[in-house]
Design a protein around this ligand. Structure first.
Ligand code: C2E
Ligand code: CA
Ligand code: CA
Ligand code: CA
Length: 279
């Protein structure tokens, strides 16, 4: 039995430790990633489905780790949220995205709005709205050019500062979008308590959509409901011509996905704007 125990120990415990150690090591490296300039933003265009022109850019974080290589955000954002490193990281993301937006604006390049993902941990901070205004004014950016993407988890966690933060930001013209729409719970009741400007239909609803079937009914219903509530609708994860046709036919306002473009380094995005969106 003792042998058995040791065997189990060997088989099971180290695997758990490895995971914990890995997590700690990512956390330690993440602390230094900002100073060492290992973090970078890529930008994915949003397309106005009526004109076919770029009408927005979503900033997506990338981490170029010195030994592990590129680590996707899904692997380190949750860790950053747990240890609250998401606060300085999120602050950097906002600043960097606003500076980039201002560079495009000053170069006469029309990019529409710059969208930035905001974690629930950030949004629940008491002074979040003030932080955003400070960053905007430092970058010299018009608040109307900024869009913040929140997930339903932000509204679900909802502290007493959630509604005031939302209201203050919107009163200055900052656009608010609800990300991954349809994947959380009781989305509709949140919309009443926490008014936003835009819904982003989660990619899982768009993937392999066909004219028949539950997905198509859901997407059609979300688009119509959003329009009744006077909200803009963006379809995420558009990968094929068929998916584009589907959302376009149903009056969806904007599309985003590999069909149009992958997220791009700022220099490549700039080239894209130079080719199509000069004013
Ligand atoms: P998200 O906000 O839902 O972003 C969309 C994700 O889908 C991005 O993955 C994007 O690269 C990917 N995507 C876009 N179009 C397509 C498509 O046509 N097909 C497929 N299969 N994927 C597509 P990414 O960049 O790996 O980001 C994953 C998630 O990490 C984001 O999901 C967001 O929740 C989070 N994230 C990224 N950057 C930040 C950030 O700066 N701050 C915070 N708090 N979270 C971030
Ligand atoms: Ca997003
Ligand atoms: Ca999303
Ligand atoms: Ca997502």
């Amino acid at each position: 039995a003792k042998d058995m125990g040791r065997h189990t120990y060997r088989f099971f415990k180290p695997a758990m430790n490895e995971k914990a150690v890995e997590r700690l090591s990512i956390e330690a490296d993440l602390r230094r990633a900002l100073e060492r300039e290992e973090l970078e933003l890529h930008y994915q265009p949003k397309i106005d489905l009526t004109t076919g022109l770029t009408c927005g850019a979503e900033a997506l974080i990338r981490w170029n780790h010195p030994t592990r290589g590129w680590i996707p955000p899904a692997q380190f954002i949750p860790i950053a949220e747990d240890c609250r490193l998401i606060l300085p990281i999120g602050e950097w993301v906002l600043g960097e995205a606003c500076r980039q937006a201002q560079r495009w604006a000053e170069a006469g390049l029309w990019f529409g709005t710059m969208a930035v993902n905001v974690s629930a941990v950030q949004f629940c901070e008491l002074n979040f709205a003030q932080r955003v205004f400070a960053i905007l004014s430092q970058a010299g950016m018009d608040p109307k050019r900024l869009e913040l993407e929140l997930t339903e988890s932000v509204l679900m966690k909802g502290t007493e500062s959630t509604a005031p933060n939302l209201q203050t930001l919107r009163s200055e013209g900052v656009q608010m979008a609800l990300d991954d729409f349809g994947t959380g719970y009781s989305s509709l009741s949140y919309l009443e308590r926490f008014p936003v400007d835009c819904l982003k239909i989660d990619q899982s609803f768009i993937r392999q959509i066909s004219a028949v079937g539950a997905k198509s009914t859901l997407v059609t219903t979300i688009i119509n409901m959003a329009h009744t509530l006077k909200l803009r609708v963006v379809a995420e994860g558009v990968e094929t011509k068929e998916e584009l046709q589907f959302i376009k036919n149903r009056g969806c306002d904007e599309g985003q996905g590999y069909y149009f473009s992958r997220p791009l380094p700022s220099s490549v995005f700039t080239q894209r704007l130079l080719l199509s969106n000069s004013v």
